[in-house]
Design a protein around this ligand. Structure first.
Ligand code: NIG
Ligand code: FE
Length: 425
C-alpha cells in the first residue's frame, strides 16, 4: 500500500468539495475563472503530515485508510478563509463613535476631531504587551471559529517605533497560542500622531523602516485626503521597497486621489478599498497585475452608499480579493461569511466569485497563492467543513456561523458539530 493510501484524516461524502483551484497555478483567478469553484461532487480529501495528500471523489478514495474519518455528507468542504486585510491587534473599542456615525458625522470628520484611529492609538499605547496579547488571543480563536485560517494583520495603532513594534510582536507571539497563520504589515503611516507635524512624522516613519523590517513582511500607507497624500505615500513606500518590504496600499477609499495609479507604478502586491477608483486607475492596476482587495464591511458599517465598482474591475480583467478590514472603527467584524454575504448583496458578486475572492485570490493578495487558498495535493491542509449542502447557502444565510469544523495544518482545531445546525434535512 502506498503512503498515499494511508492518511491521517480522510474527509468523505462531501456534497460539494470546493477546490477553488486556479486555472493558472501562479496567478489569481480573473474573469470567467473567478466564477469557477472547480467543485468535486461527492468529494473526498485526504490529509497527511499537515498537507493535502489526496483529493478526488469518495469512490476514488475507497482504498484509502485513515486514522480519523470525517463524514461530510450533505456538507460543503472548502479551503479555510484567508482574511488578507485586518487591523486586528488593538486595545479597547469605539462604540461611542458608533452613536456619532448614526447621527451622520462622517468617519474622516471624527478622525479630524482627534477621535477615530487616534482614540485607539491612545488606548493601544497604554496597554501592556501582555494585555494586548490576551485580548488578541481571544480574537484570533474566534476568527478560527468563523473559518479564517490565515490572516494579515497591520500595525498602525502605535505610531511610534516602540508601540508599532509591540503590536507586531503581539501579532507574532499570538501564533504560539492560537493555531492560525499571521502575515504582518507595518502601517506606521496610518495617521499622524498628536503633537507631531506631518513632515516630521513622515521622516520618522522612513527612518524606522530599517529597524522595523524584521517584524513585518509588508509596508502599507493610509493614502487619503487629510491623512497621507499621494506624494507622501510614494516617498514612504519607495523607501520601504528599498528596505525589502513588499507593499500594500489603502487606496481611493473616500476620495479619488489616483492612488491606484501610484499602486501600479510602485508594483504593490495589492491596493485595498478602491471605492473611488478611476478608469485609468483600473487600467494601470490591471496592466501591472495588482490585486484589488475589496472590503464591503466598511461602507456597510459606515452607512455609505458607495461600494467599489467590482463588476467594472472584473470586466476589465482585475484580480479581486475580499477581506474584512477588521478594526475597531470602520468594521468591527471578522466574520468572512458575512463579508461574502455583503459582497453578494451590495456588490452583486456571484456566490462563487465571492468565495474565490476570500480563499485563493486572498492568498495571492498576501503572496501565498502557492501554499494556501485552494484544496490541491501538496498544499497546506487548511480546510473548513460547513454545515450546508451547497455553496449558494453560504451568502444566503447571513451573519450566521455555518462553520462546523476547522482543520488547520492538518489538525482539527474547531469542532462545533452539535450546536449549530441550521439546515438539517
Ligand atoms: O482600513 N482606513 C484606515 N484604517 C482603517 C480604519 C481604522 C480605524 O478606524 O481604526 C480602515 O478602514
Ligand atoms: Fe484597513
Amino acid at each position: 500500500m502506498s503512503s498515499k493510501n494511508n492518511v491521517d484524516i480522510l474527509i468523505t461524502n462531501a456534497s460539494e468539495l470546493l477546490t477553488c483551484k486556479p486555472f493558472d497555478p501562479k496567478k489569481p483567478k480573473t474573469g470567467e475563472d473567478l466564477k469557477d469553484l472547480v467543485i468535486i461532487k461527492d468529494g473526498a480529501l485526504g490529509i497527511k503530515d499537515g498537507r493535502i495528500a489526496f483529493i478526488g471523489t469518495s469512490t476514488d478514495a475507497k482504498n484509502i485508510t485513515a486514522k480519523t474519518t470525517i463524514n461530510a455528507a450533505r456538507k460543503v468542504v472548502m479551503p479555510g478563509f484567508v482574511d488578507c486585510h485586518t487591523h486586528a491587534v488593538f486595545a479597547g473599542s469605539r462604540e461611542d463613535e458608533f452613536l456619532k456615525k448614526q447621527q451622520g458625522i462622517p468617519y474622516l470628520e471624527i478622525l479630524k476631531q482627534g477621535g477615530g484611529i487616534l482614540n485607539t492609538v491612545e488606548k493601544t499605547r497604554r496597554a501592556s504587551k501582555e494585555e494586548l496579547l490576551q485580548k488578541s488571543e481571544k480574537i484570533f480563536w474566534k476568527m478560527l471559529e468563523y473559518g479564517t485560517t490565515t490572516v494579515e494583520v497591520k500595525s498602525g495603532y502605535g505610531l511610534s517605533f516602540e508601540d508599532e513594534k509591540k503590536i507586531l510582536e503581539v501579532a507574532q507571539d499570538v501564533t504560539k497560542k492560537v493555531p492560525i497563520d499571521i502575515i504582518r504589515t507595518y502601517l506606521g503611516a496610518h495617521t499622524v500622531p498628536k503633537n507631531t507635524s506631518k513632515e516630521n512624522y513622515v521622516k520618522e516613519v522612513i527612518s524606522s523602516l530599517e529597524k522595523i523590517k524584521k517584524y513585518a513582511e509588508y509596508c502599507d500607507v493610509f493614502c487619503e485626503k487629510g491623512v497621507f497624500s499621494v506624494g507622501e505615500t510614494e516617498t514612504i513606500l519607495t523607501a520601504a521597497k528599498k528596505h525589502g518590504f513588499k507593499l500594500k496600499l489603502h487606496a481611493e477609499q473616500n476620495n479619488q486621489l489616483h492612488s491606484a495609479e501610484l499602486a501600479a507604478k510602485l508594483g504593490v502586491v495589492s491596493a485595498d478599498h478602491l471605492e473611488y477608483i478611476s478608469p485609468d486607475g483600473i487600467k494601470s492596476m490591471v496592466d501591472k497585475g495588482v490585486i484589488g482587495v475589496l472590503l464591503p464591511g466598511v461602507p456597510f458599517y459606515l452607512m455609505e452608499e458607495k461600494y467599489a465598482p467590482v463588476r467594472e474591475l472584473i470586466n476589465n480583467g482585475m484580480a479581486i480579493a475580499i477581506a474584512s478590514d477588521f478594526n475597531p472603527g470602520s468594521c468591527p467584524s471578522y466574520n468572512m461569511q458575512l463579508m461574502i454575504s455583503l459582497a453578494c448583496l451590495k456588490m452583486k458578486l456571484l456566490p462563487s466569485e465571492a468565495i474565490n475572492a476570500t480563499t485563493i485570490n486572498a492568498a495571492f493578495a498576501i503572496d501565498r497563492g502557492n501554499e494556501i487558498g485552494s484544496l490541491e495535493e501538496g498544499k497546506k491542509a487548511d480546510v473548513i467543513v460547513l454545515e450546508v449542502d451547497n455553496h449558494n447557502k453560504l451568502p444566503y444565510y447571513f451573519g450566521i456561523n455555518l462553520v462546523e469544523k476547522v482543520i488547520k495544518n492538518g489538525k482539527v482545531v474547531i469542532d462545533r458539530g452539535k450546536s449549530s445546525i441550521v439546515d438539517k434535512h
